[in-house]
Design a protein around this ligand. Sequence first.
Ligand code: IPM
Ligand code: MG
Length: 377
Amino acid sequence: MTYKILLLPGDGIGAEVIAEVERVLSWYGKHRGLSFTTETALVGGAALDAEGTPVTDATMKLALESDAVLFGAVGGPKWDGNSFDKKPERALLRLRKDLGLFANLRPAICFDALTDASSLRPEIVAGLDILIVRELTGGVYFGEPKEITTLPNGERRAVDSQVYTTSEIQRIARVAFDLARLRKNQVASAEKSNVMVSGVLWREEVTKVHKAEYADVQLSHILADNCAMQLVRNPKQFDVIVTDNLFGDMLSDEAAQAAGSIGMLPSASLGAKDANGKQKALYEPVHGSAPDIAGKGLANPLACILSLAMCLRYSFARVNDAVLLEKAVEKVLNDGLRTGDIMQPGKTKVGTKAMGDAVLAALDALPNEAAGDTRSI
Ligand code: IPM
Ligand code: MG
């Protein structure tokens, strides 16, 4: 099986971190028999500048034909003043929507070596391992109407619509329950059923799916604001959190910071499985384009590299290879290497490429059969 991979480096530090991922991919080609072809295309501000649109139809076609998309980051001050349709972020939203990537998996894991990097006390975050399952193609991001109109009295009025159907809620709930079964078997479903009817439906449908298909999984319901508070009070109470698009956007940033550095966290955006078990997929670091350090060789490539580990796991069914890559990242951290964003006293500060070199050296050094680990990045 030769996998088709589309690389979309995007803007800012996207190109630098994707370059390290390409080197890791080559390592897997050479040493682990991974067979793949890559294509690279523009996206975000880079595509706006060169092609006049955040993502062209041709790039969308490449994405639809690929087995996995590896995405860097989009956005930057240059395009901040752009009209809504010409914002670099539209590219990401179109990719998510047109590829049907409804399930966004955002692990928030605190690596032992980085326990002190969190803004929370070490004992609160040591061993933290949460998975946020965010609904990604519905809710207020895509609901209609979505418009700014002018009222007869001259006032302007903006509307975003929070819309969910039963099937949209049920399918994301199933993803969360299935993943929980591979972990600690607990799901917390977060919504605002106290003020939103979409929250009422969310709670009812998650409960239905649970009762009918996943009664063995421990389910709790939590209001999203309380969930935000609990994430900084006692994050280790959670295993899997399932939530809608907007709450998931916010709770995943919060969980990422609790875990240490947003520069460390990967994500997977997955579509529905077809009859052959194949699904569309896009992998991206949770961090953004970091324009302030772009082009300087300072960016942390580990979140993007860990996103490739998720790709190995979910798109290529190579769990051992995914674990090997996660272990290589862990080794590099244990050896004391740090990019600026995770720098700690007494550690060795390195740039993007040196971090990539270290991961490759760790891959060479680790025993090639790193199996049996259940860590769930
Ligand atoms: C994320 C980002 C995106 C989102 C932006 C860049 C559109 O914040 O992936 O969390 O809001 O979903
Ligand atoms: Mg976000």
